[in-house]
Design a protein around this ligand. Sequence first.
Ligand code: NAD
Length: 510
Amino acid sequence: MRHRRKGQPVTTKHITHWIAGKGWTGGAERHGDVYDPATGAVTGQVDFASADVVDQAVDAAREAFQQWRHTSVAKRTGVLFAFRELLNARRDELAAVIVAEHGKVHSDALGEVARGIEVVEYACGIPQLIKGGFTEQASTGVDVYSIRQPLGPVAIISPFNFPAMVPMWFFPLAIAAGNTVVVKPSEKDPSAANFLAGLWQEAGLPDGVFNVVHGDKAAVDRLLEHPDIKAVSFVGSTPIARYVYETGTRAGKRVQALGGAKNHMLVLPDADLDLAADAAVNAGFGAAGERCMAVSVLVAVDPVGDGLVERIKERIKGLTVGPGCAAGSAMGPLVTGAHRDKVTAYLDSGVADGAELAVDGRGHPVTGAEGDGGFWLGPTVFDRVRPGMSVYDDEIFGPVLSVVRVASYEEGLALINANPYGNGTALFTNDGGAARRFQHEVEVGMVGINVPIPVPVAYYSFGGWKSSLFGDTHAYGEDGVRFFTRGKAITQRWLDPSHGGINLGFPTNS
Ligand code: NAD
């Protein structure tokens, strides 16, 4: 956070909150800088919400809820379909908004939008998803049925690395189910949320159903304590996820808080090493490693370590690192200068801890950058990493792949299961029996068999285990529907004279 600087170039953009269908017009006391990570230039200032501004957004959401919850499922679904059409038509524009502030390459931003659209499409099926059950004649002349109802205003707090997709894991289902939302995106790349707000309005969503407040801890804290916020969906680093879960649940809210990750890819001796090396490079360095499902630890079962490291080195030589908006770039910069410096510091600590720096990303050429201010770090590989080294123990969240060598499947599995995180993992093998055993034994929420980034499709649910998720429901899919609705069971009888009489006994079935 910083205060608005005098003399800031007039060309920088001003990003503000979206409340009750329009941009906020107040004067913010605090702002944050937004960067173009490929040049390092400040391209905008984002307003930071005070508690009072958060209250305005929650008020708008509470008022809109009174209408939206009574809006027919058919009408709600109609808005969802229109939103989906607009997203499809303007996905390229949205991807460009993401690239400009996050730095990832355009094709990757398009991929993130596509995965978000999947959830919108799933939410278009809300009539089917919230259908209740009905039991005729549960007791004589008595029917029992269940319905699911919305909760009210809900908060969605998201990280920088997927500024469109992660909010879209939650709000399509929340809105389809009849809730209203307040989104608090990352202050590092805030514009995608405002772009989505505009699309909702164009799709015909009533004002106040979708609101955006920008900011930092102050905004998050107010959302966590606000009595009208009924549920919180959070995605971010583990310490903040734990804090959000504990604070939100203490305030009586339903909370799902998805945290950080250290995803291991286990390669067995029978695997195709070329395919495994391709997968490790794609999943390790895509989006500069700033994915919660990135592979950050490659576990090579003897004797495949040397062959894998050699293949990975060869592939890295051919990777073009450059601005996300340039067609030839495979990997862009990191999100901020501070994050790049933090990740780069691990290169020194890894060496100090005794790991072998097999590829030093500081030496990787950057192609097509304007000036030398971008937040660059090339793909980096550490070999012979062990638990206890900071490059193994910490979530680095950058283009740094650690290779751990193990003697057996059992040793690799024990390593993965001992890790405090349990977001994603992958096994590379041609042995179906080993794969079946791995999926059964591994203590991780999302598992890929020869699939390096096993993000479940929208009709399953996304979520890790252990320190990667606090709460008991995962994102989207059936869990998402359950999270954003609450159940009611109704026992019904239409009275006739035979039902008269006094009976103080507990009702039983007859
Ligand atoms: P972050 O935890 O710094 O921020 C996430 C959100 O919390 C942001 O909106 C931020 O403004 C807010 N926040 C930051 N500090 C806060 C504080 N002290 N109190 C209250 N709110 C605070 O995370 P990030 O750097 O934006 O994103 C990267 C992290 O997110 C990584 O750890 C990554 O693994 C994780 N992530 C996890 C998943 C998943 O599905 N498990 C998905 C994407 C990202």
